[in-house]
Ligand binder design. Structure first.
Ligand code: SAH
Ligand code: SF4
Ligand code: F3S
Length: 453
């Protein structure tokens, strides 16, 4: 058996893709390992979203080069190195030039061809084989159905790529055009996951709520709300989530799904990026801050306990103090349970990277600190409100400490408790004893440790 080590950067779609790469390579004799130094193949599944993320790849490659040389010198063993994902797509040429010891470069839409690339790779050649096409065929039609079990909570990609072209973002270029997987294929994969023990599925897409499809009988068109309703019918599928959504595609059918589907968890990640209309316009987001407020109001009317999360960019070109104050105002109005915020990072090839009014690094840092202070306070307040509550938690795995188990609350909070490995995969009622900044501590409610969930 040959050993495969995959390191994943970036978003959940890359996590899903890494699992599928392991599935594709399994029939050719590769089994996963946690130790890169023992691996016969190392794959870096990379992210290009911000400059820092992509620079990490080259520093990792430097370390891998040493491991590869050592395997060769000390054990006469070949180690293949592959770069996959969004940096591979965007900078394939540069990788082969800067790191010629890389054997394979494969894009996000061609990794189903990995076995062919492995066959072509020649570690002695000091030349990479590159496949970063956007092929006619769709990778999902070529991925093996047999997959290793993915645990109690699994990801399922339903949508790929993006046609929105926000002026700061590389995703439309690295992932290609928007594409929705057929409903029947998604439902099949979901059933297989549940048969393998999965209790919670998170539907994934760069623009997941742009998903649309035709049902098997070809009548009408489904949107994501309808797909969620169908998935909720699968016996044994207890929980559903989806990410990441765009405000423009937040239609009424999807919003009412939050009222009607008990399995759909009361949590939504809905990035807005900025609270200033002129910045939103320059970002090509095609909605205003008030459009976003209206969506949030409607969601809260339908599902009053819904927890909200978002993404923010500070220091976008031209952002004035007033624009930034509008972002702070929007955050104060909405009240987030959690959020991600970033300094604007100019990405080669995107319209905003060449725009006038690039913001000074120090100003970006100051604004990020101010925004994060507010978001952290909101998150802590949200967590504190949960103290004393009893919440159903899906136990996912062992925590990092001895005897510690961990899972997620309905609101996506990380939850820790002392417990037993046999609880993994159960949904247990837990009493929240202590709220922290990023997690909740709990004890099982008396009844829930007895019997199977
Ligand atoms: N498809 C999702 C998320 C895309 S990337 C969406 O449309 O919301 C995840 C987040 O990274 C974005 O929401 C944005 O906040 C951030 N991001 C993307 N490009 C960036 C850039 N050039 N600089 C800083 N942050 C960026
Ligand atoms: Fe990027 Fe905008 Fe598409 Fe999200 S919607 S992936 S931010 S271009
Ligand atoms: Fe990064 Fe590509 Fe995801 S750029 S965020 S890995 S789509």
């Amino acid at each position: 058996m040959k050993k495969l080590y995959i390191k994943t950067f970036g978003c959940q779609m890359n996590v899903y893709d890494s699992e599928r790469m392991a599935d594709v390579l399994a029939p050719t004799g590769y089994t996963p390992t946690q130790a890169p130094e023992d691996a016969d193949m190392v794959i870096l599944n990379t992210c290009h979203i911000r400059e820092k993320a992509s620079e990490k790849v080259f520093s990792d490659l430097g370390r891998l080069r040493v491991l590869k040389q050592r395997a060769q010198d000390q054990q006469n063993r070949q180690m293949l190195i592959a770069v996959a994902g969004c940096v591979a797509q965007a900078e394939g040429e540069e990788i082969t030039r800067r790191a010629p010891y890389v054997d394979m470069v494969v894009g996000p839409q061609t990794y189903h061809r990995l076995p062919e690339l492995v066959a072509k790779a020649d570690p002695a050649a000091r030349k990479s084989v590159v496949d970063t096409e956007f092929p006619e065929e769709v990778k999902f039609d070529f991925l093996p159905e047999e997959a290793s079990p993915r645990g109690p909570a699994a990801f399922l990609s339903v949508q790929e790529g993006c046609d929105k072209f926000c002026s700061f973002c590389v995703v439309p270029y690295t992932r290609g055009a928007e594409f929705s997987r057929p409903a029947a294929q998604i439902l099949d994969e979901a059933r297989r996951l549940v048969a393998g023990g999965t209790k919670e599925i998170t539907l994934l897409g760069q623009n997941v709520n742009a998903w649309h499809g035709t049902p098997a009988d070809n009548r009408g068109e489904w949107g994501l709300g309808r797909l969620l309703r169908e998935l909720a019918e699968i016996d044994g599928l207890e929980r559903l989530r989806y990410t990441t959504s765009h405000p423009l595609d937040m239609d009424e059918a999807l919003m009412t799904a939050h009222r009607d589907i008990p399995a759909l968890m009361p949590y939504l990640h809905l990035p807005v990026q900025s609270g200033s209309d002129s910045i939103l316009s320059a970002m090509n987001r095609r909605h205003t801050a008030d459009d976003y407020r209206r969506i949030i109001d409607r969601l809260r009317t339908l599902r009053p306990d819904i927890a909200l999360s978002g993404d923010f960019i500070v220091g976008f070109p031209g952002e004035s103090d007033k624009d930034f104050a509008d972002t702070i105002k929007l955050v104060s109005d909405v009240g987030y349970a959690s959020a991600y915020s970033f300094k604007y990072s100019a990405r080669p090839g995107t319209p905003a990277s060449g725009a006038d009014g690039q913001i000074d690094e120090q100003v970006k840092s100051d604004r990020l600190a101010a925004l994060q202070q507010l978001l952290d306070a909101q998150q802590l307040a949200f967590n504190k409100k949960c103290e004393g509550m009893r919440l159903p938690v899906l136990i996912e795995k062992q925590g990092s400490r001895d005897g510690q188990m961990t899972g997620r609350s309905p609101f996506m909070q990380s939850v820790y408790l002392s417990g037993e490995a046999s609880w993994i995969g159960r949904i247990m009622d837990l009493d929240i004893t202590e709220a922290r900044q990023n997690s909740l501590l709990c004890t099982p409610a008396a009844a829930s440790t007895k019997g199977a969930a």
